[in-house]
Design a protein around this ligand. Structure first.
Ligand code: SAH
Length: 392
């Protein structure tokens, strides 16, 4: 049966030509043939073919391009895309047991996340179209990996934009919630059903390793979650304090500490803004500080507030670093570009009266690929900075 056609404007066609994969609702001229979540053929007014896409009847992102190829996007095509994504991970995930196997648009599988935690796979299908493909995705993963379990963590608010319910549970295999996996030689327990995201922040794996390279002395890990950075720092530092506002996250952080028999770590449940303000006023000093806050600018309208938030955190952290100290500072808001982030930190450094060197400009781990023509896929910025001078 031929796929339904959706007619798009010239501007929509220009988006495809520019290498982007999203077409907005305003660029849809005729969607009368398409049902929610269908795989559709894109055509312009003169019926010229532009590719195949996942169609959403509700989201402002009406179409997500799957391929410009004429070949039908069927189960075999989907399996090939997952195999291509897998082959990259074989090269970039190294010995990591927890990594992102499929990173949505970055792997040309828009709105599909597949995270692997050892023998367990956790998926998110975040659009009507990808949600309809869920049974096929589960089958393909079963055939390729024979996993112990496949779970879904579709309990995310973005699904509302698609008119999809929030849901989580076991899709195949055993109903497991907790799993242990190694990262950079450390053991971590992941709470796949109860934790944030799919259980872990896998995009920071390479940055946690990088942070370890610079860590020394007295260290602070702000927005610690289950201790990802803190545990990496601990091997190199005299002491590490991890701060998070979530008691559940800190409960797991303590367990992770025990799992790795580390004794020089402490945890504190607090709002990092309040903690940093008080610590700065008490003239606390550190040699290594990590800042890994949640996304402050999920929408463009929040950009100004986000800038203020990043500036405040970074200003306080820079003031509290001893001479020669390192700040590993992150932003995962894609609305804040790397250039914006550098500008915000520069303003913070000037206000803190510190001269700061940029030691490394990093991004998300390589299992979260960045598409050259889709800027939104480059969302994580991670700067390694060093305080090399004070001025009055
Ligand atoms: N650094 C972590 C990931 C951090 S995710 C890692 O490598 O795994 C962001 C964390 O910030 C979450 O654990 C969340 O609970 C916490 N958080 C959010 N707002 C906070 C606030 N104002 N103060 C302290 N923690 C906060």
């Amino acid at each position: 049966m031929p796929s339904p056609a959706v007619t798009i404007t010239q501007r929509g066609a220009d988006r495809v030509s520019s290498g982007h994969v999203w077409i907005y609702r305003a660029d849809v001229l005729d969607e009368s043939q398409a049902h929610p979540g269908a795989i559709v053929r894109l055509q312009d007014r003169s019926r010229h073919y532009w590719g195949q896409a996942l169609y959403s009847s509700q989201s402002q992102i009406a179409l997500r391009l799957l391929t410009r190829d004429e070949r039908p996007f069927d189960r075999a095509f989907l399996a090939e895309r997952i195999a291509t994504a897998t082959s990259l991970r074989q090269q970039v995930a190294g010995s990591a047991q927890a990594y992102r196997l499929v990173s949505a648009e970055g792997d040309l599988l828009p709105s599909l996340i597949v995270d692997r935690y050892g023998p367990c796979f956790v998926i998110q299908t975040l659009t009507q179209g990808m949600d309809r493909l869920k049974p096929q995705i589960v089958e393909i993963l079963q055939q390729a990996f024979s996993p112990r379990s496949i779970l879904e963590r579709n309990d995310v608010a973005v699904r509302e934009l698609e008119g999809l319910p929030e849901q989580k549970g076991t899709l195949a295999g055993e109903s497991i919630s907790e799993v242990e996996a190694e990262e950079n030689g450390l053991r971590f327990t992941f709470d796949l059903m109860g934790g944030q995201k799919t259980g872990g922040f896998l995009d920071q794996r390479e940055n946690r390793l990088a942070a370890r390279q610079y860590a020394r002395g007295r260290a602070l890990d702000c927005f610690s979650y289950t201790g990802g950075f803190a545990l990496h720092l601990a091997a190199q530092c005299d002491s590490v304090l991890g701060i998070d506002s979530s008691p559940e996250a800190l409960g797991l952080a303590r367990r992770n500490q025990q799992l790795n028999r580390l004794t020089n770590l402490e945890w504190k449940e607090a709002n990092c803004f309040d903690f940093l303000k008080a610590a700065d006023q008490e003239r606390q000093r550190y040699d290594t500080i990590v800042l890994d806050p949640p996304a402050f600018a999920r929408q463009k309208s929040k950009l100004e507030a986000a800038r203020r938030g990043y500036k405040e955190l970074n200003l306080r952290a820079l003031k509290m670093l001893n001479p020669g100290g390192f700040l590993i500072t992150c932003s995962c808001s894609h609305h804040v570009s790397e250039a914006d982030f550098l500008e915000i930190i520069a303003a913070a450094a000037l206000d803190a009266h510190r001269t700061v060197a940029v030691v490394e400009r990093r991004t998300q781990s390589r299992d979260h690929p960045i598409l050259l023509t889709v800027p939104e896929t480059h969302y994580l910025k991670c700067l390694v900075l060093r305080v090399i001078g004070f001025f009055s």
